[in-house]
Design a protein around this ligand. Structure first.
Ligand code: HEC
Ligand code: HEC
Length: 307
C-alpha cells in the first residue's frame, strides 16, 4: 500500500471512529419531541401503528460498546490501520508461509517414504494415497473417470474392479503406466458376413452369462473358436500380452449391449493409453500404481466380506 492509500484508509477509519464516538456521547442526552400520549406523533395505518419513544435496550448498548472497544484493540494489535503493522507483527503472508512450510515438511516425509517403499507397501499407506488421489485426478481421471471406473466411449478400462486387460501385478501395472498401452482388434465384419457376426456376437454375450439368443450362440461357438480364440483365448478369458479383453467377466470396456458387441466385431476396436514416463517421475508413477492397487485391494476385501 503506498502512502496515499494508507493515509486514505487511516483517515476513513478515524472519521468513522469519531462519528460513532460522537453518536455514543450525543444519543443518550438527545431531546426527542414527545406528544401528550408519550409517542412522537408519527402514525401509520390510520393511527393503528404509532411511534413510541423507548430507550435502547441495555444488551444492545453493551454489545455495541464491546464491539467498539474490540475493534480498537484489533486495530492496535493487527494490521488494518493503513500500513501500520500492528503490535503482534502478524501478517497473512507470514501465516501462509508458515502453513506452507508445515505442509512441505509433511509432504517431504511422504515423498521420502515413496522412494524407499515398494508399490505394495504404498498401497496401504494412507497419507501417500492421498497424494496419489490428487495425481490420479490431475492426470488419469479425464480418461478413466474420477472414480476410476472407466469411460466406455474411449475404451478406457475400469481400473477398480479386479478385471485386467494387461494384467494386475505390480510390474504389469507399472508397465501400463510407464510405457502406455495400445490394443487393436481388426474389423471382421466383411470376413465373417452378417449371419456369422450375429451368431458370434450372441456367443460372446453368452460367455459372461449376459442375455443372448441360444440358437445363434450355439452356431457362433465354432466361429469364435476359429476367428476370435487366437486373441481372446479358446475359453474367452483374453490374452494379457495382446491386450485382448477377457469376455467372460461381464465388465466391458466399450459397453456390453448386443449392439456394442456387433460393432466391435464389424468395425474392430482400438484404444490407446499414453505413456507417462516422460511426463511423470518414477515416484509419481509408483504412487499411481499404488493407487490402482489399493482400489483393487478394496474390491477384494469387499468380495471376501460378501462371501
Ligand atoms: C488419454 C486417455 C488416458 C489417460 C489420460 C490415461 N489412460 Fe490409462 N488407459 C487408457 C486406455 C484407452 C486404456 C486401454 C488401452 C488399450 O485398450 O490398449 C488404458 C489402460 C490403462 C491401464 C491398464 C488396465 C488394464 O486393465 O490392464 C492402466 C493400469 C491405466 N490405464 C492407468 C492409468 C493411469 C494411472 C493414468 C494416469 C497417469 C492413466 N491411465 C491415464 C486411457 C488413458
Ligand atoms: C487380432 C486379435 C483379435 C481378434 C482376432 C479378435 N479380437 Fe476382439 N479384441 C482384441 C483386442 C486387442 C481388443 C481390445 C481393443 C482395445 O480396447 O484396445 C478387443 C476387443 C474386443 C471387444 C470389446 C471388449 C470390451 O470390453 O468392450 C469385443 C466384444 C471383442 N473384442 C470380441 C471379439 C470377437 C467376438 C472376435 C471374433 C469374431 C474377436 N474379438 C476377434 C483382439 C482381437
Amino acid at each position: 500500500m503506498n502512502d496515499f492509500w494508507s493515509g486514505w484508509v487511516m483517515a476513513l477509519i478515524i472519521l468513522n471512529y469519531v462519528a460513532i464516538l460522537l453518536l455514543f456521547i450525543w444519543a443518550p442526552g438527545a431531546k426527542i419531541p414527545v406528544g401528550e400520549d408519550g409517542t412522537t406523533g408519527h402514525t401509520w395505518a390510520n393511527g393503528l401503528i404509532r411511534e413510541a419513544v423507548n430507550r435502547l435496550p441495555m444488551w444492545w448498548l453493551v454489545l455495541s460498546t464491546v464491539a467498539f472497544i474490540a475493534a480498537f484493540i484489533y486495530l492496535v494489535r493487527y494490521p488494518g490501520f493503513g500500513s501500520y503493522e500492528g503490535t503482534l507483527g502478524w501478517s497473512s503472508v507470514q501465516q501462509l508461509k508458515e502453513e506452507e512450510a508445515a505442509i512441505n515438511q509433511r509432504l517431504s516425509q511422504v515423498w521420502a517414504r515413496v522412494e524407499s517403499s515398494d508399490v505394495l507397501e504404498l498401497s496401504q499407506d494412507k497419507p501417500a494415497l492421498k497424494v496419489a488421489q490428487r495425481l490420479f485426478e490431475d492426470n488419469c481421471a479425464a480418461c478413466h473417470g474420477m472414480d476410476g471406473k472407466g469411460v466406455s466411449a474411449i475404451g478406457a478400462p475400469n481400473l477398480v474392479n479386479n478385471v485386467w486387460q494387461y494384467g494386475g501385478s505390480v510390474d504389469e501395472i507399472l508397465s501400463s503406466i510407464t510405457n502406455g498401452r495400445k490394443g487393436l482388434m481388426p474389423p471382421l465384419g466383411k470376413a465373417l458376413g452378417y449371419g456369422n457376426v450375429k451368431n458370434v456376437a450372441n456367443y460372446a454375450l453368452s460367455l459372461s452369462g449376459a442375455s443372448h439368443e441360444a440358437g445363434p450362440a450355439a452356431a457362433g461357438k465354432p466361429v469364435f473358436e476359429q476367428q476370435c480364440a487366437a486373441c481372446h483365448g479358446i475359453d474367452g478369458t483374453g490374452n494379457k500380452l495382446l491386450g485382448a479383453p477377457n469376455l467372460t467377466t461381464g465388465s466391458w470396456k466399450f459397453g456390453g449391449t448386443y449392439r456394442d458387441i456387433v460393432t466391435a466385431i464389424e468395425y474392430g476396436r482400438t484404444a490407446e493409453m499414453p505413456a507417462w514416463k516422460d511426463r511423470l517421475n518414477e515416484s509419481e508413477i509408483k504412487l499411481l500404481a499404488a493407487w490402482v492397487l489399493s482400489h483393487d485391494n478394496d474390491e477384494e476385501a469387499r468380495s471376501h466380506e460378501d462371501s
